[in-house]
Design a protein around this ligand. Structure first.
Ligand code: HEM
Ligand SMILES: *[C@@H]1O[C@H](CO)[C@@H](O)[C@H](O)[C@H]1NC(C)=O
Length: 255
């Protein structure tokens, strides 16, 4: 895709990945696994094609998983870690619990990559590649993914709670939360173009209801907004009129 908006989103996704990572390691390369795991790309691509043909929303969910990984400790796979005896992971953080999806897709890809070349490719790199493939499969632009990240051996519930942006925050709070990650207001605006795909639970844009949720968390087949005034906290509404296609409708907002 060559539109200015999609192009800007791509440049900024690379910025997101680089900004969050630069403090950990300076030398990533798209060719990092060329000799150690030559079919990495086709494994990731095939698995993402299967996942998205099963549920197109997974393309969006894995893009968000990548963003939530990068915003806590950098793009180091920390979001993927379960709780252990020594730390509580990020999966139960407020912005993540009952919300992040697609973990099992990354598990599947990791298992296939391990079967091909054991102990070579990091989960952080798999997530970064899978996010790109998901966007491409939903009709979005492609970009080159620098590789060679090392996986974190720890994760931080408290940092996930404090650092991930909240839908309740005002503009100045959002701008400063991106700025602590080395990202400008322009970066934030372009990265918000990630909402060109996917869905949000009603409670995230309307506030929680006191009534019992009545709906499922499965992907809806209709793309009409579905937030009742009360109840249905986990009803899903599309983030734009075309939630299964990475196009510019999120920016132009013609409902
Ligand atoms: C600017 C700050 C941001 C805020 C406040 C925010 C907030 C949200 C919220 C509240 C949801 C719905 C979650 C739910 O229903 O549980 C959501 C969904 C989503 N967000 Fe963001 N977001 C931000 C930035 C980003 C960025 C930078 C990206 C990626 C580049 C992104 C990608 C997505 C995607 C793809 C979904 C849909 C996920 C799905 O359908 O599974 N968001 N976001
Ligand atoms: C934004 O929210 C923060 C935190 O709640 C608050 O301290 C600040 O005054 C708000 N700023 C504006 C401009 O409303």
């Amino acid at each position: 895709m060559t539109s200015p908006i999609a192009g800007s989103f791509v440049v900024h996704l690379i910025v997101l990945s680089a900004a969050s990572f630069s403090s950990v390691n300076g030398s990533l390369s798209p060719n990092f696994y060329d000799s150690s795991c030559p079919n990495l790309l086709s494994i990731v691509r095939d698995a993402m094609r299967q996942a998205v043909s099963w549920d197109r929303r997974l393309g969006a969910s894995i893009l968000r998983l990548f963003f939530h990984d990068c915003f806590v400790h950098g793009c180091d796979g920390s979001v993927l870690l379960d709780d252990t005896a020594t730390f509580t992971g990020e999966k139960t953080a407020r912005p993540n619990q009952n919300s992040l999806r697609g973990f099992e897709v990354i598990d599947t890809i990791k298992a296939r990559v391990e079967a091909a070349f054991s102990g070579v490719v990091s989960c952080a790199d798999i997530l970064a590649l899978a996010a790109r493939e998901g966007v491409v499969l939903l009709g979005g632009p492609s970009w080159s993914v620098p590789l060679g990240r090392r996986d974190s051996r720890t994760a931080s519930l408290s940092q996930a709670n404090s650092d991930l942006p909240s839908p309740l925050s005002n503009l100045s709070t959002l701008v400063s939360s991106f700025s602590t990650k080395g990202l400008s207001a322009t970066d934030m605006t372009a990265l918000s173009g990630g909402h060109a795909i996917g869905f949000a639970r009603c409670l995230t844009f309307r506030g929680p209801s006191t009534m019992t949720p009545t709906s499922t968390t499965a992907s809806p087949t209709s793309s009409a907004p579905t937030a009742p005034p009360r109840g249905g906290d986990s009803n899903l509404a599309p983030l734009d009129p075309t939630p299964n296609f990475f196009d510019n409708a999120y920016i132009t907002r013609t409902w």
